[in-house]
Design a protein around this ligand. Structure first.
Ligand code: ADP
Length: 961
């Protein structure tokens, strides 16, 4: 169908059509052919292709393309440089933001300038529209009136800003009662957010003292965002991909700092230090909303769950309805809600009562309180396409950067010499350093610094090691050391472990994270158990509930659940297989002990919950399974010697090993046979990385070896798999046992320099390494090259879009000089200048194997091109050279013509988006006259007039303009 659309629009010829649509050929080969063809035809055809795709695909599938096509549109628009009408398009989200409070003024200005009549007011200002919708209608209308109207509205906005009056000041002064309510709300928000718990209920740390910036990124590529995002950018318009939506999603793994980030935003707002545009901020925790059994209206939800207005509830709520753009909601932990997001039950009436999750889903979609800004946090697993449809943007929280770890550790220790020691011990153990990118683990490691510094050789390697360390730390903090020395700390506290373990396990099995006194009683959790510090008293804005508890962090709950699975003799024999198949564990515990207090009581309701909540549980089951693997690893089995029967532990360990092996087989079976002529490639299915992490936790090379012995592929694709340093450690641990060398594709993850270092142990089985877009700097490259230079299989590397500068080129140069079988070097979109190009040229001079060299999007200029040309002019191996977008002018082109003249191998030269003039192209044409093997020279977007392009294309058909 896409082909038909493109044919109908004249973008493809019949010949093209038949070349793509070859009867009997595999569909995906046709699809690839089509993509190549569209790509070769340039930006315009790509745009039309996306539009055709959107037209043809069902709505849900097509949604992902909107960002792609809109981004390329933006790029295209920006290239053709700004008319006012184009500015309206490219800066639309921020213009809407600026206009929403001064629609009246803008309309008047447009009437005064003669662009609008009063008849234009109505379609913009219909009372059913929210201010942002009005701003959108206004912009649409302005666009339809042409360039001069666009200029007028931009001028109006500009003048308002120049005058120093924030556009938003046009808003009404809020009524007194609203201001009073704001005061009450902000002091309550402030009180809720100024501390972090460190030991349950007993010790607190001020958020100001400990808060450390995490790494925030937009999930979608966005042309006008440079550098990292700040906290306020989360709420702002930057990176908007769907301007009709009001919900921002902050996505991150468990422990990446989502709740703490919201807590920081709340605190800054409550203190008047940020987000002051919003008059009222309502914070919600999905975890707490789970226990709301009543049906509520939005008004009841706001007032009962956040802050009760002492007077004039109706007036205050009406103010909220009338000024949605002044209101901000935050929903923490959507993944912890019992029900998965769905947009099936529509609710538009703010006074109608409904179950809380229905209210929440309608708020997120904007059917309720359209225009209110919402920030939702979730783990990635709970975010499906239905939710994505309703997001204005998605922000990824990727934990601490290496500097962040440093900063956090220093903040955590008031004694700087201790901080330095902790940091030194982290530098000496990169597996542990990798773990510390996760804030929750960084916190544990800092908290347990005494254990860490005292343990020398046996310093923690796995996540289980870290959690065992905190277990020991909490216990030893509480009990007199003598008794634990005699019994062993785990034995001395076995009862506590089992009580809390059962509580955690049953909570995980029923999606329950907040426990009432009755829940504790059912699992025999005593006051003494609570005092250990793993549980913390649950904070509740509405404070109407009796005392409730939750684990310090959800990962801690998973850890205790795992301890229970390992140590209890009450769980049934299918508990482990069920866990690894990610099935419900609900009936795996002793059923009489199982409590259902967190679930609705009737059978009918229970069935509904059953069908809806499975997705939300998976991540916790995965974390629990990872801990079970670690706790049953041989090196930890001695810990449980006197806690339970050795035979039982060994049996459970065998079960885990079997499950891991079975899980891997399932993945391998899913690999399709390669088409003739293509390599066998495995695309990581969901769960693959998790299985790899479980194998790593076991720390038994026998299991890793066995798992890898049956994997026979040429290429392992792990793109967009959320792979950070921790996952790299596990991958390297397992992949090093592969029998044959493979290509490892890790594009679009968060590997970073620490991750690169973690990958080194498996480089000997790596033929080609793809690390596009992974935050890698020269330092990571230094270590990588030092290793791969000794790895015979290593022949290709792709590092597009990292943070490389000239400082890395000496290492590549060394690699090129040393390795005469190296084939492909791609360094596009980094920061390499003429100096770097000169360094590379040094290596290239003495290399006789390289076939592909890609430097797209660097800054090598004429001087760099000359250096490369002189190194490559006699090459008899180089097939493909790309210097696209490098500021190369005609001087560079003269030099590159020498490669065309003398090289016996070069087939494609890419010089698109440079500043080559006619003289430079003449030189290339002249060189091509003596060259018959060269296939194409790409010259789109250089300094050439249309006539020149036309004329030169006729003279030399291998030039592509
Ligand atoms: P998530 O909500 O993603 O599971 P949390 O925000 O609960 O993660 O973080 C877990 C723990 O990690 C916190 O209790 C805190 O100790 C630490 N932490 C997380 N983010 C930060 C931060 N930005 N600065 C300091 N500590 C943090």
């Amino acid at each position: 169908m896409v082909l038909d659309v493109l044919l109908a629009q004249g973008e493809l010829t019949w010949e093209d059509y038949q070349n793509v649509q070859v009867p009997g050929r595999a569909l995906y080969t046709n699809a690839r052919q089509l993509l190549d063809l569209v790509y070769a035809k340039g930006v315009d055809t790509c745009g039309i292709f996306f539009a055709a795709l959107k037209q043809v695909l069902p709505e849900v599938q097509g949604a992902g393309f909107s960002s792609l096509s809109s981004c390329s549109n933006v790029e295209e628009k920006e290239e053709t440089h700004g008319t006012s009408a184009q500015t309206l398009l490219t800066q639309r989200p921020s213009l809407i933001y600026k206009l929403q409070d001064c629609i009246d003024g803008a309309l008047k200005a447009l009437v005064q300038s003669g662009h609008f009549t009063s008849a234009d007011f109505d379609p913009v200002q219909l009372p059913i529209y929210t201010p942002t919708q009005q701003a959108r209608r206004l912009l649409d209308l302005v666009r339809s009136k042409g360039e001069s109207a666009a200029a007028a509205v931009l001028q109006y906005i500009h003048q308002k800003q120049e005058a120093g009056s924030s556009l938003n000041e046009e808003k009404l002064t809020p009524p007194k009662e609203v201001l009073k309510y704001q005061k009450k709300l902000s002091s309550s928000v402030c009180a809720q957010s100024c501390f972090l718990s460190t030991y349950g209920g007993t010790s607190h740390m001020s958020l100001d003292d400990i808060y450390t910036e995490g790494q925030l990124e937009l999930a979608h590529e966005c042309v006008d965002v440079q550098g990292p995002l700040g906290l306020e950018d989360i709420v702002g318009t930057v990176g908007t991909v769907n301007e009709e939506a009001d919900t921002v999603l902050v996505c991150g793994e468990a422990g990446s700092g989502k709740s703490t980030l919201l807590q920081r935003l709340h605190l800054l707002w409550a203190r008047g230090a940020a987000l002051q545009y919003y008059l009222l901020l309502f914070p919600f925790s999905c975890r707490r909303l789970n226990s709301e059994q009543r049906e509520l209206s939005v008004q009841e939800l706001l007032f009962q769950h956040c802050c009760w207005p002492d007077r004039e509830q109706e007036e205050i709520f009406q103010f909220i309805l009338d000024h949605p753009h002044l209101i901000l909601f935050t929903f923490d932990g959507l993944d912890e809600l019992k029900q998965s997001f769905s947009d099936e039950h529509r609710l538009c009436c703010p006074t109608q009562r409904a179950p809380v999750h229905i209210l929440l889903f309608n708020l997120i979609q904007g059917s309720l309180l359209k225009g209110v800004r919402k920030v939702v946090t979730s783990r990635p697993e709970a975010v499906g396409p239905v939710l994505k449809k309703h997001l204005c943007k998605e922000v990824l929280l990727k934990g601490f950067s290496p500097n962040g770890i440093d900063c956090f550790v220093r903040k955590h220790h008031s004694d700087p010499t201790v901080a330095v020691k902790v940091l030194e011990s982290l530098q000496a153990n990169t597996a542990l350093l990798g773990l510390c990118h996760s804030p929750v683990l960084c916190w544990i490691v800092s908290q347990c610094h005494k254990e860490l510094l005292g343990c020398g050789e046996g310093s923690p390697q796995t996540i289980t090691d870290v959690y065992l360390m905190i277990l020991q730390h909490f216990f030893q903090r509480q009990s007199p050391p003598k008794s634990t020395v005699r019994l062993g700390w785990q034995q001395g506290h076995l009862e506590t472990i089992l009580h809390l373990g059962q509580l955690a396990f049953e909570g995980i099995s029923t999606t329950c994270y907040i426990f009432s006194g009755a829940d504790l009683e059912k699992c025999d959790v005593t006051e003494k158990d609570i005092c250990m510090g793993f549980l913390t008293q649950s904070k509740d804005m509405s404070s109407s509930h009796s005392k409730c508890y939750e684990f310090l962090h959800v990962t801690m709950q998973c850890f205790f659940a795992a301890l229970y699975i390992v140590l209890s003799s009450h769980t049934d024999r299918y508990a482990i297989p069920k866990l690894f198949e990610l099935q419900e564990l609900r009936d795996t515990g002793v059923s009489s002990m199982c409590f259902r207090s967190c679930l609705p009581s009737t059978d009918q309701e229970e069935q509904i919950v059953d069908s809806e909540h499975a997705v939300a549980e998976t991540p916790n089951l995965q974390i629990t399974a990872t801990f079970v693997s670690g706790l049953l690893s041989q090196r930890h089995q001695s810990l449980w010697l006197h806690c339970c029967s050795t035979a039982m532990v060994e049996k459970k360990a065998r079960q885990v090993a079997r499950c891991l092996s079975k899980g891997m087989q399932k993945h391998f079976k899913s690999i399709p046979q390669p088409v003739q002529g293509e390599k066998k490639s495995m695309h990581a299915m969901p769960g693959f990385v998790w299985l790899i992490k479980c194998i790593y936790e076991m720390q038994e090379s026998r299991i890793a070896k066995e798992a890898m012995s049956k994997l026979q592929v040429d290429h392992l694709k792990l793109t967009y798999c959320n792979i950070g340093p921790v996952e790299c450690t596990a991958l390297a641990y397992v992949l090093q046992h592969l029998r044959n060398a493979v290509g490892i594709q890790l594009d679009n993850n968060s590997v970073g320099d620490v991750g690169v270092e973690q990958l080194l142990p498996c480089m000997h089985i790596c033929k080609s390494l793809y690390l596009r877009n992974n935050n890698i700097t020269d330092e990571g490259i230094h270590k990588l090259i030092a290793k791969v230079i000794q790895c015979d299989n290593f022949q290709k590397i792709a590092l597009f879009n990292n943070k490389l500068t000239d400082a890395c080129t000496q290492h590549f140069s060394h690699l090129l000089k040393t390795r005469q079988d190296f084939l492909s070097l791609r360094l596009g979109n980094n920061n390499i200048t003429e100096e770097g190009a000169k360094q590379l040229a040094e290596g290239l001079k003495s290399n006789h194997s390289l076939k592909h060299l890609g430097l797209w999007g660097n800054k090598i200029g004429d001087v760099g091109a000359e250096a490369l040309a002189s190194a490559l002019e006699n090459s008899d191996t180089l097939l493909w050279l790309s210097l696209v977008g490098n500021g190369v002018g005609s001087e560079g082109a003269y030099a590159l013509a020498n490669i065309i003249r003398n090289s016996t191998s070069l087939e494609e030269l890419w010089l698109t988006e440079n500043c080559i003039t006619r003289a430079g192209v003449e030189c290339l044409i002249e060189a091509l006259e003596h060259n018959t093997h060269m296939k194409s020279v790409w010259l789109r977007n250089n300094d050439l007039s249309l006539e020149e392009v036309k004329e030169m294309a006729q003279r030399e058909s291998r030039l592509t303009f």
